[in-house]
Ligand binder design. Structure first.
Ligand SMILES: [Zn+2]
Length: 316
């Protein structure tokens, strides 16, 4: 969603960890960034509405110069009410944003020199919450759609369109932008029936869009549903990746990521990993948006509570 907020301040992003550390070398620098991200037009008091500015009372508490109302700069962000320094949060969010292969709590603990493993674990889970929240707006323009079996013992693809129980069916939609890919959507499906496939496309792709698929009959109701469906039957000797190249690139990277970093992921946790993959992929050219979104600086996130963190669906 962050990519859709033109009103947000979008400064350029540090290119190296060294540069990052220079930018955010003090609590004061982090606090300034926090305030500028949350009030890109300048601070205005939520109570009296004046924009005469603020004073810092202590920590991240701002005090309105007009009416003395106190506002916490961290309210609504992942950093609210934590005793962990802002610098540590910023570092953690940077590492999570830039480390394309997932990042473990142990690595985070070492990188930040934290005393307790639990601190790193909670930070990581709070930061990941923004990533594992599914993106709800629909992608548009011409898209490629295909499905593949992911996970399990071996990486087969479409073994006669039925699973062997250990693999999960994942469907992907990828925007075609010239020769490159735009945004993507992924979902885990129960089967490759028309109901499942078309249901996914209706939730992920704007109606009226051109949709390129292979010749599988599960896609045939698309035209009736208002899509400009372009099925392509696979000719003999023709490689599947040649007519849907973008979506196959996404699958192959996804599989490598799941295999390489997590040594396989159970079906139960797969949807979260898919959402995390989508989050990173769709912000691969806007790392600052990803960074701000992880910290909860987009103003759309409810603060994460301990209860939410330990809810069964948020494990991963
Ligand atoms: Zn005020």
């Amino acid at each position: 969603m962050a990519e859709r907020s033109p009103e947000m301040a979008r400064p350029s992003f540090p290119r190296t960890f060294r540069e990052f550390q220079d930018w955010f070398s003090t609590e004061e620098a982090c606090r300034r960034f926090l305030i500028e991200s949350r009030w890109p037009e300048g601070f205005s008091c939520p109570r009296c509405g004046c924009s005469r500015g603020y004073g810092i009372t202590r920590g991240s508490l701002l005090e309105c110069r007009g009416c003395s109302y106190q506002v916490s700069a961290t309210a609504g962000t992942v950093m609210h009410r934590t005793r962990t320094p802002l610098r540590d949060w910023f570092c953690a969010a940077y590492l999570v944003t830039t480390h394309t292969p997932g990042f473990s709590a142990l690595q985070l603990q070492r990188q930040l020199g934290l005393k307790r493993y639990e601190t790193a674990w909670v930070m990581l889970h709070k930061l990941r919450r923004a990533m594992i929240r599914p993106e709800r707006d629909r992608i548009a323009a011409p898209v490629e759609v295909d499905e593949a079996y992911v996970g399990g013992r071996e990486e087969g693809r479409k073994g006669g369109r039925h699973g062997d129980g250990t693999k999960a069916i994942v469907v992907a939609a990828v925007e075609i932008r010239g020769r490159a890919s735009g945004r993507i959507r992924l979902a885990m499906l129960e089967d490759v029936s028309a109901a499942s496939l078309v249901g996914f496309i209706k939730s992920a792709v704007e109606p009226g869009s051109q949709v390129f698929t292979d010749g599988w009959q599960g896609y045939s109701p698309l035209r009736k549903e208002g899509y400009d469906h372009r099925p392509k039957t696979q000719g003999p000797g023709k490689n599947a990746s040649s007519h849907l190249p973008r979506v196959h690139r996404v699958f192959s990277n996804l599989k490598n990521w799941l295999k390489g970093t997590h040594h396989g992921v159970s079906r139960k946790h797969l949807p979260h990993y898919l959402n995390e993959y989508v989050f990173r992929f769709n912000r691969r050219r806007t790392p600052m948006a990803a960074f701000q979104s992880l910290l909860g600086l987009t103003g759309q996130h409810e603060p994460t509570t301990y209860k939410m963190l330990y809810a069964p669906e948020s494990t991963g």
